[in-house]
Design a protein around this ligand. Structure first.
Ligand code: UDP
Length: 238
């Protein structure tokens, strides 16, 4: 398919396209494609990209206001934003407040079990290897990043958890778990929170009914994805 923007396409992933906007900035386009189970299940869902862009921009703006360093600069249009260009650290940081998804499968724990403290886990970002879990020690041994940066990543991930969980609680939503990614800015090597924060990468449950408003609706064929994602837009009043 033709590219939407006139800029140079640097990378196309499962849910986003990344273009060179200038020497230090990227344009990040949110696609309507949705995938699950490492790309085994695939669909195109009209408007998903716009909704995820809107939710991601909103959360990044909130985090920027709260003093977190993120790659988000400003919106470009209704499907894309401008972000600082970073060299990506190939880790997926998973933060969990309640048991769900692969955690339940791994340990045989019932879905919805509430943790006494947030759990921070890591996966190696590698499609061929199917993003295997990795320990902190293995991250350091394989020199994926330094000890200092890894410690910063963990402390930032916990701060983000507090900011987002408290914010969502006020609108009746439980932040169950989510995935974060980090990069080092091309301009000055600053550690930045990158990628997206959307119902594709977080689990959001209604605080009363435990109904999902996230990609589990698609993974588990539980209903209409756009209806679920639009519920988040409504709760956030955006
Ligand atoms: N997640 C993600 N991308 C991934 C893996 C996980 O965004 O490649 C998110 C997922 O949406 C959920 C959280 O990280 O909010 C924890 O996912 P889990 O490890 O339970 O895996 P899943 O059940 O998604 O396979």
């Amino acid at each position: 398919m033709e590219n939407e923007y006139e800029f140079e396409l640097l990378y196309e992933g499962k849910a986003k396209k990344v273009y060179k906007y200038n020497d230090y900035e990227l344009l990040i386009e949110f696609k309507d494609d949705v995938t699950a189970f490492n790309g085994v299940k695939k669909n195109n869902i009209v408007n998903k990209g716009k909704i995820n862009k809107k939710i991601s921009s909103h959360f990044f703006e909130l985090l920027n206001q709260e003093g977190m360093n993120t790659h988000y600069i400003r919106d470009y249009d209704d499907k894309a934003f401008i972000a600082k260009w970073t060299n990506l650290i190939p880790l997926e940081v998973i933060v969990r407040n309640y048991a769900a998804g692969s955690f339940c499968k791994r340990y045989g724990v019932p879905k919805g079990y509430k943790f006494d403290f947030p759990l921070v886990e890591f996966s190696l970002k590698n499609d061929e290897l199917k993003d295997p879990m990795i320990t902190k020690e293995a991250i350091l041994l394989l020199k994926i990043t330094s000890k200092e940066i890894l410690e910063d990543i963990i402390s930032i991930s916990k701060k983000v958890n507090k900011i987002l969980s408290d914010y969502l609680e006020k609108v009746g939503i439980i932040l169950v778990d989510y995935k974060l990614e980090f990069g080092l800015s091309k301009e000055n090597n600053q550690l930045l929170l990158i990628d997206e924060i959307s119902p594709d990468t977080c689990r959001f449950w209604d605080a009363k009914t435990m109904e999902s408003f996230d990609k589990d609706v698609y993974r588990e064929d539980k209903g209409d994805l756009i209806t679920a994602y639009t519920e988040i837009l409504g709760r956030l009043k955006i």
